[in-house]
Design a protein around this ligand. Structure first.
Ligand code: 13P
Length: 244
């Protein structure tokens, strides 16, 4: 299975700078590439990146109706989005999304044919307290409860330790290996046929550490923030993931 390298632009960009960035992205064989752009730029990215998959950074849990400001999964499909990030730690912390809400968003995405990239991960305080898999287990349980075992196998997971996001320093190879292995085991214990379920790592992925991270067992790709805004860096990370 090829690795998936996803860029999460977060709330960055503009028409002019996006054009330069998108034009510099070229497909790399042996890796699946994805850009998750802010909603207003979906149309721009759709037209300019036909060979790279397109995604969004959030989605409504509701299918349609009187929900001012929300964007439905069906709307994302209209712009050829095949993926959507749900439950990013910034949404959990800043916009008060709880585990149940994240789970309903994942279900809404799947129902519309959009693959949710469900983010999980612990804070530094939770790690220091030895609660990493308690926290991640609760995040995963909520999703499993709503989706069921069969649909759970159709999502993408992203392990993003909150303390490594935008920190300049990723989690260590040992820490990443430990959590990715524990997530795989967690899924297997609950009967999820996770053979093709990809677990991405996110948190300060850069060209300098990408090869080391992609060499870790159960790391099936990356969710890249800051470095996805620099064309050369994103391309270098994609090349590091190719044919691994
Ligand atoms: P950075 O790569 O900037 O640390 O961000 C990671 C992230 O949050 C991706 O979703």
């Amino acid at each position: 299975m090829d690795k998936l390298v996803a860029g999460n632009w977060k709330m960055n960009g503009g028409l002019a700078s996006n054009r330069l960035l998108l034009d510099a992205f070229t497909p790399v064989s042996g890796v699946d590439m994805l850009v998750c752009v802010p909603y207003p730029y979906l149309s721009q990215a759709q037209k300019r990146t036909p060979s790279i998959a397109l995604g969004a950074q959030d989605v409504s849990e509701f299918p349609a109706g009187a929900y001012t400001g929300e964007v439905s999964a069906a709307m994302l499909r209209d712009f050829d989005c095949t993926f959507v990030i749900v439950g990013h730690s910034e949404r959990r912390a800043l916009f008060h999304e709880d585990n149940a809400t994240v789970a309903r968003k994942a279900a809404a995405a799947l129902a519309a044919g959009v693959t949710p990239i469900v983010c999980v991960g612990e804070t530094l305080a939770e790690r220091d307290a030895g609660r990493v898999m308690d926290v991640i287990g609760a995040q995963l349980s909520a999703v499993l409860e709503v989706l069921g075992v069969a649909a759970m196998a159709r999502i993408v997971l992203a392990y993003e330790p909150v303390w490594a996001i935008g920190a300049g320093r990723s989690a260590s190879a040992e820490q990443v290996a430990g959590v990715h292995g524990a997530i795989r085991a967690w899924l297997a214990t609950r009967g999820v046929d996770a053979g093709t379920l990809r677990i991405l790592y996110g948190g300060s992925v850069k060209p300098q550490n990408a090869a080391e991270l992609f060499a870790i067992q159960h790391v099936d790709g990356a969710l890249v923030g800051g470095a996805s805004l620099v064309a050369d860096d994103f391309m270098a990370i994609c090349r590091a993931a190719a044919h691994r």
